[in-house]
Design a protein around this ligand. Structure first.
Ligand SMILES: [Zn+2]
Length: 181
């Protein structure tokens, strides 16, 4: 299968898939232009994002005419790399379906915090614990992505590993920084 055919097959297999246990709607996959405001769907620099309400956003500088239809021709920086990002975000969706996800556990820790009386060292320990859940979740989403793409006869594993390495590096170095304090 060419990367383009694989892209279309993965998109079509997941977009619209019933998401009944969460929202009752189908999974919506769409392109969006990242922006500088916290209210923007994607921040500048973000390649993709899964939202637990059943949406997956993929970053594009220029949006295709219909942002809800697959557009491998406009993929950034190339079809295989953007497909790796798409599969990774679907990986978060699969993590979520199998929940409770690392992000939920992370939120639990953040919500359970009592900022006014927390000593700085304890705050760092809590942030490190949260970060560990996030790193775990990110790795799991990449594992799902790799299993998924293998099912779709994906062949561009160099591009996939580049994306995985690049994406995990930031999270892992942030965790190492927190643990090293
Ligand atoms: Zn991720």
């Amino acid at each position: 299968m060419t990367p383009r055919d694989c892209y279309l097959a993965v998109w079509n297999a997941f977009a619209g898939r019933p998401f009944s246990d969460v929202s009752g709607r189908g999974l919506l996959v769409f392109y969006v232009s990242p922006g500088p405001c916290p209210s923007d769907v994607l921040s500048i620099g973000e390649r993709g994002k899964f939202y637990p309400d059943g949406r997956i956003a993929i970053a594009r500088g220029t949006l295709p005419r219909d942002p809800c239809e697959p557009d491998p021709a406009g993929a950034l920086p190339d079809v295989a790399s953007e497909l790796a990002i798409l599969a990774h975000e679907i990986g978060h969706f699969l993590c979520y379906l199998h929940g409770p996800s690392g992000y939920e556990r992370h939120k639990g820790i953040v919500n359970a915090a009592s900022p006014p009386r927390t000593r700085p060292r304890r705050a760092w320990a809590r942030r490190a614990k949260s970060m560990r859940f996030i790193v775990e979740e990110e790795r799991a989403a990449w594992e799902h992505a790799s299993a998924l793409l293998a099912q779709f006869a994906f062949t561009e594993w160099d591009a996939f590993e580049r994306e995985r390495h690049e994406a995990l590096r930031g999270y892992e170095s942030h965790l190492a920084e927190l643990l090293g304090r």
